[in-house]
Design a protein around this ligand. Structure first.
Ligand SMILES: NC(=O)c1ccc[n+]([C@@H]2O[C@H](COP(=O)([O-])OP(=O)(O)OC[C@H]3O[C@@H](n4cnc5c(N)ncnc54)[C@H](OP(=O)(O)O)[C@@H]3O)[C@@H](O)[C@H]2O)c1
Length: 263
C-alpha cells in the first residue's frame, strides 16, 4: 500500500460488502488513511484473506461474517465492532448485487431479494450503527448512476438504488443536527465481479457496456467522503455530465435508450 496522509487516524470504519470489488478497495483506502476497519460480508475466506493483507500492511482490522439482509446478523456485527473498537465513525453501505431482465419479465421474488440486500441491508446497518455514532459520524451509501436515471433491462436493480437514494436524502436531513453526514456515491460501470454476481431473469446476453473504472478509483472517492462528508459524489466527470443531461432532457433520453431496450 502506498503512503498517504493519516487523515482518519483513530476513526472506526465499517465496510459492508468488503469481500470483493469496491468494498475491498474501500477497506484498503480507509486503512491507508489510518482508520480501524471492520470487514463485513458473507464470504469468510475472502474476508480472512483481506484481513491478512491489511494486517501485514500494519492496519488494524476485524472481520465479521455478516448478512446485511438479516437484522440480527447486522446487530451482532455492530455489537462486535463497538465491543472491540468502542464506536462507529464511518459506515459504508456498499454490499449489493444486480438484477437483469425487462420489467415485464422480472420475477417479483428476485426483486424482493435484491431489495432485501441493497435497500433493507443498508437500512439494517444504518439503524444498528446510528445509536453508536458520535458527532462527526459519516454514513456513505453506495448507489449507482442508474439509481438517478433507470435504464432498460435492469429496471428492477435501478429501483433498488433509487430507493436507497430516497432513504439517503431523508436521513441526511434527519441526522444533520446530530453532526452526522450522509453521502450518496454514484459509481458508473466499475470493473468488479458485479456482473457475474448479478441475478438474471432469463439467459440475458451480456450486452455492451463501457469499460468502466477500477474499484480503487471509486474507493478513493468514498475515502474522501469519509474524510469530508458531502452530499453526493460522482466518480467521473462524464458520469456527472451524463446525469445532468438526462435530467435536463428526459424525453430525448427515453428516445435514445429505446435502442438499448431492443433484444
Ligand atoms: N460494479 C459496478 O459496475 C457498480 C456500479 C455502480 C454501483 N455498484 C454498486 O457497488 C456496490 C459494490 O459492488 P461491486 O461492484 O464491488 O460488486 P461485487 O464485486 O459483486 O461485490 C459485492 C459485495 O457485496 C457483498 N454482498 C452481497 N450480498 C450480501 C449480503 N447479503 N450481505 C453482506 N454482503 C453482501 C458481497 O460479499 P459476500 O458475497 O461475501 O457476502 C461482495 O463483497 C454494490 O452496491 C453495487 O450495486 C457497482
Amino acid at each position: 500500500m502506498s503512503v498517504v496522509e493519516q487523515t482518519l487516524k483513530g476513526k472506526i470504519a465499517v465496510v459492508t460488502g468488503a469481500s470483493s470489488g469496491i468494498g475491498e478497495a474501500t477497506a484498503c483506502a480507509l486503512c491507508e488513511r489510518g482508520a480501524s476497519i471492520v470487514l463485513a460480508a458473507r464470504n469468510r475466506e475472502k474476508l480472512d484473506a483481506l484481513e491478512r493483507k491489511i494486517t501485514a500492511a500494519g492496519g488494524r482490522v476485524m472481520t465479521v461474517e455478516t448478512d446485511v439482509s438479516n437484522a440480527a446478523s447486522v446487530e451482532a456485527m455492530i455489537e462486535q465492532t463497538t465491543a472491540a473498537f468502542g464506536a462507529v465513525d464511518v459506515l459504508v453501505n456498499n454490499a449489493g448485487l444486480g438484477l437483469s431482465g425487462k420489467v415485464a419479465e422480472v420475477r417479483a421474488d428476485d426483486l424482493r431479494y435484491v431489495f432485501e440486500v441493497n435497500v433493507i441491508g443498508a437500512l439494517n446497518c444504518t439503524q444498528a450503527a446510528l445509536p453508536r455514532m458520535r458527532p462527526g459520524g459519516r454514513i456513505i451509501n453506495v448507489s449507482s448512476v442508474v439509481g438517478k436515471r433507470a435504464i432498460p433491462k435492469v429496471g428492477a436493480y435501478c429501483a433498488t438504488k433509487s430507493a436507497l437514494n430516497a432513504l439517503s436524502d431523508a436521513l441526511r436531513v434527519e441526522v444533520a443536527d446530530k453532526g452526522i453526514t450522509v453521502t450518496s456515491v454514484y459509481p458508473g460501470t466499475t470493473r468488479t465481479e458485479f456482473r457475474d454476481n448479478s441475478r438474471r431473469t432469463k439467459d440475458e446476453k451480456r450486452g455492451w457496456r463501457p469499460k468502466g473504472v477500477t474499484p480503487d478509483r471509486v474507493a478513493e472517492k468514498i475515502a474522501r467522503a469519509a474524510e469530508k462528508g458531502g452530499r453526493e459524489v460522482y466518480v467521473t466527470l462524464p458520469d456527472h455530465v451524463y446525469i445532468a443531461a438526462v435530467t435536463l432532457f428526459p424525453g430525448l433520453t427515453d428516445r435514445i435508450l429505446r435502442r438499448w431496450a431492443k433484444d
